[in-house]
Ligand binder design. Structure first.
Ligand code: FAD
Length: 520
């Protein structure tokens, strides 16, 4: 008898809860991944993800159906997953197995594969997104019709669902008490590695038992399912130095281990290599959350000089659990403000809203820190946390645009896009969330820039047309003297836009907009 382990956002072989449990329960295991059409088909492709002969938009414009069919989208996440799977498949083949990679809809593909392999049960890790919960229920029901079970495990979070609750048994909606309860509950076993010993335990390719369909159960090599067959082409992931797979995660974690002690002092400065850049690995599970939290805890215990940095970083990992907790207990946040009164806010929409939103997402607001941050996400799919807060606040509180539009655009662009954290981050910045920035607190994009990019290093990197400006002028070029502009070779309104809104005026409008919603 064998089990099938269905990988989703846990693309690794080490410290893996579902795989570990399957090996406890069965002598042999198969592993599978499904490229889910319901997720891939609607993806529009990411901005500036690399050179390509044919974009879907250009093909569409040509009106030639052949070109439309051949056009590829570029999405770093699809390439990241594909390359992580290639590494995993190679590793499994060394061990005498292989990965089953399918392209379809899980509710059909998983039960069909389970039947073909003749497995007794399917193992997977919990996912807290409402669409994933619905998907898993559909798979569970389809498997049950054939008398098979879907067994699922906690893996993505340290604590999940109802594990951390208030004294009254209610979910938390404020971070600090949640964090305190989380820390109080934590024992070493929560972070213990979930052992995975695969030697001799993989159903071998080519000689595996035939399933109910009577066909061979050996997985085809991943090369038979090229990235292009999914409708996607290679991106600039390699150029960016983002290494997928468990091996990439291991190197990124080791690199951060040398810097973790400085995290608290460096994490807010986007020009500095302060944060861990592990988010994409945590998103796709090429790194286990337990391994990340173990690094933090061991540093806190064993290295007094680095303890503060490690403890600040652990807090961020707890924020990650916190937003899973919020999404699990309040799934309505996907489309609504956590605080219902803010669903009544009258956002700027229509043609004016569209024009402002376009300027924001194209980096044409005239506020250098905002535009440089937008260039970072467009070119790399990453944006520094401080900048995510600044650009989100700018869209909502300077431009008056509905936070959900920004959230959706981030969802397309971010390599580390995670519904829980992205929704949480946007609702924090928009003041509509749980434990959010107070509604009357409005970031000033110029002072934020002066404080967190004091020499304008980050701005210069992404907006080279501003590179000649002095440290004083670079945060607000429209305030610079004509002599300074001339010296820098900058023609405002030509090389770089004038600000699209006046922050002081926008601030007053926003205060009124929020006050009106609060009084309805
Ligand atoms: P580090 O500073 O090294 O943090 C370590 C890890 O902690 C991160 O990898 C992440 O898993 C977690 N983490 C850190 N901050 C947060 C946070 N505020 N909430 C939840 N988890 C956190 N994070 C995402 O992973 N996916 C998103 O889609 C996402 N969208 C965001 C949108 C907005 C508007 C804002 C303000 C924040 C968002 N964040 C998101 C949180 C945070 O910006 C990123 O996790 C972080 O910038 C990733 O870089 P890092 O791995 O170098 O972070």
């Amino acid at each position: 008898p064998a089990a099938l382990v269905w990988l989703r956002r846990d693309l690794r072989l080490a410290d893996h809860a579902a795989l570990s449990a399957a090996l406890d329960d069965f002598p042999k295991v198969h592993l599978a991944f499904v490229f889910d059409r319901d997720i891939l088909d609607p993806l529009p492709g990411q901005e500036e993800a690399g050179p390509l002969a044919e974009t879907p938009a250009a093909a569409q414009a040509s009106g030639d159906p052949g070109r439309v069919a051949g056009a590829m989208r570029r999405d770093r996440r699809v390439e990241f997953i594909w390359r992580s799977l290639a590494e995993l498949d190679a590793r499994l083949r060394e061990l005498g197995g292989g990965l089953h990679v399918l392209h379809g809809r899980p509710a059909e593909a998983i039960p069909a594969l389970a039947a073909r392999l003749g497995v007794a049960a399917v193992y997977a890790n919990h996912d807290y997104e409402p669409a994933a919960v619905a998907r898993d229920e559909a798979v569970r029901a389809a498997l049950a019709r054939d008398g098979r079970e879907l067994r699922t495990f906690k893996d993505q979070a340290v604590f999940e669902r109802g594990e951390v609750l208030t004294g009254q048994g209610k979910p938390f909606s404020v971070f600090t008490p949640y964090r305190n309860a989380w820390m109080k509950r934590l024992v070493d076993a929560d972070l213990a590695e979930r052992p995975v010993r695969l030697g001799g335990r993989l159903a071998p390719p080519g000689s595996a038992g035939t399933g109910e369909g009577g066909r061979t159960a050996s997985p085809p090599a991943l090369g038979l399912l090229p990235l292009e067959s999914l409708g996607f082409s290679v991106t600039n992931l390699s150029e960016l130095g983002i290494e997928p797979g468990e091996s990439g995660a291991r190197r990124a974690l080791a690199d951060f281990a040398d810097r973790i002690g400085r995290y608290r002092d460096t994490r807010d400065y986007p020009a500095v290599r302060g944060p861990s850049y592990l988010s994409v690995h945590l998103r796709f599970g090429t790194l286990s959350i337990r391994a990340a939290a173990r690094l933090a805890l061991q540093t806190m215990r064993g290295d007094p000089a680095a303890a503060e940095g490690a403890s600040t970083w652990l807090n961020e990992l707890i924020w990650r659990d916190f937003y899973f907790h919020i999404l699990h207990h309040h799934p309505q946040v996907v489309d609504h403000a956590f605080r219902p009164e803010y669903d009544a806010i009258r956002w700027v929409d229509g043609a004016e809203g569209d024009a402002l939103f376009e300027a924001w997402r194209e980096g044409r607001t005239g506020y250098p820190i905002v535009d440089a941050a937008i260039m970072q996400i467009r070119r790399s799919g990453y944006m520094h946390n401080r900048l995510r807060m600044i650009v989100a606040s700018f869209l909502v509180k300077d431009l008056g645009i509905d936070w959900r539009r920004g959230e959706r655009w981030f969802a397309e662009q971010l390599n580390d896009y995670d519904l829980a954290a992205n929704n949480g981050g946007w609702q924090w910045a928009a003041s509509t969330g749980c434990d959010a920035q107070p509604w009357f607190r409005i970031f000033n994009p110029v002072t934020q820039s002066q404080k967190f990019d004091p020499q304008g290093k980050f701005i210069r990197r992404y907006l080279p047309q501003l590179a000649g400006l002095s440290e004083e002028a670079i945060h607000a070029p429209w305030m610079a003297s004509p002599a300074e502009l001339e010296r820098a070779g900058l023609r405002l309104g030509v090389d770089y836009p004038m600000p699209i809104v006046d922050h002081a005026v926008a601030r007053e409008t926003t205060l009124k907009r929020f006050a009106a919603a609060r009084s309805t």
